[in-house]
Write a protein that binds this ligand. Structure first.
Ligand code: OMP
Length: 286
């Protein structure tokens, strides 16, 4: 088991949560009171982190929301804040990188040194040598796009190989069989496509963690997600929600509202996990 998976497993167990809180700070949607601050992005995200840490198994900052606002320093400070204050919670840096090896070396250094992330999201389109530089960081996780949550994901991800296997399942199979030798890899599968989520889980087996965005603002169904994607322990999923938690209120109660939404989401996920485990038990008894 890689250090990343160990840390994630520990967070799943200790927090009794599969919820990942997405950090996608958008100044257009932040509460008025925060915008008065000299460091609104840092203050907003820190407020969200403190309000929701109790309910989360990880945080996932999306790099574009910081870079587009010249706020890389805020991202660095936030990542260090998470790793010092909530050291048990992994940081999943969402940057969806993908480039030739020499360039990927620098993306890996950026993610794992500058931002002290525990894992990074990457795009598999350029093949194994574009992923290898991230895998060279033995303690870190590499989360590979497989079946994305957006409608346009079907443009390429459903292309079929000669034996009829769709591309997203080829990705899942290749990652599970060839790229995951040191158990550092995870896959991204959208909550908006539970049927495909079930196929990916069946393909990769029990041990691989799946990052599942698409509940909350994108409308994915929590129960269908858990029923389709959980592993035999009722875990195995990092279920991300960003906007629904971040912007639960634009009033002065924004932290309380974010905490309430995170708690509600965690609880709904846990109810679905109980149902999943009960159904599994019933099936095994038959
Ligand atoms: O890799 C991701 O995190 C990701 C993959 C995907 O297929 N779909 C997807 O929405 N995401 C990210 O997950 C987050 C979803 O945010 P909300 O829709 O606000 O919960 C955003 O940061 C997206 O960039």
């Amino acid at each position: 088991m890689s250090k990343f998976i160990e840390k994630l497993q520990n967070a799943w167990d200790k927090q009794n949560s599969l919820l990942v809180v997405g950090l996608d700070p958008d100044q257009q949607r932040m509460p008025e009171s925060i915008l008065q601050s000299k460091t609104p992005i840092f203050d907003f995200c820190k407020g969200i982190i403190d309000a929701t840490a109790e309910y989360a198994c990880a945080f996932k900052p999306q790099i574009a929301y910081f870079a587009s606002q010249g706020a890389e320093m805020a991202l660095t400070q936030l990542c260090h804040y998470i790793s010092n204050t909530y050291p048990e919670l992994p940081i999943l840096l969402d940057s969806k990188r993908g480039d030739i090896g020499t360039t990927a070396d620098h993306y890996a250094k950026e993610a794992f040194e500058r931002y002290c992330a525990d894992a990074i999201t990457v795009n598999p389109y350029m093949g194994f040598d574009s992923i290898e530089p991230y895998l060279a960081w033995e303690n870190k996780g590499v989360i590979i796009l497989c079946r994305t949550s957006n409608q346009g994901g079907s443009d390429f991800q459903f292309f079929e190989s000669a034996d009829g296997t769709p591309l997203y399942l080829e990705v899942a199979k290749t990652v599970a069989e060839k790229w995951n030798l040191s158990e550092q890899c995870s896959l991204v599968v959208g909550a908006t496509f539970p049927e495909e989520l079930a196929k990916v889980r069946a393909c990769v087996g029990d041990d691989m963690a799946l990052l599942v965005p698409g509940i909350g603002a994108q409308g994915g169904d929590i129960e269908a997600t858990v029923m389709a994607g959980a592993n035999s322990k009722g875990q195995g999923l990092m279920i991300n929600s960003a906007r629904a938690i971040l912007y639960a209120s634009s009033g002065t109660d924004w932290q309380e509202a974010a905490a309430a939404e995170a708690r509600k989401t965690r609880d709904s996920i846990n109810e679905a996990r109980e149902k999943f485990l009960a159904t599994k038990k019933e099936t095994e008894e038959i």
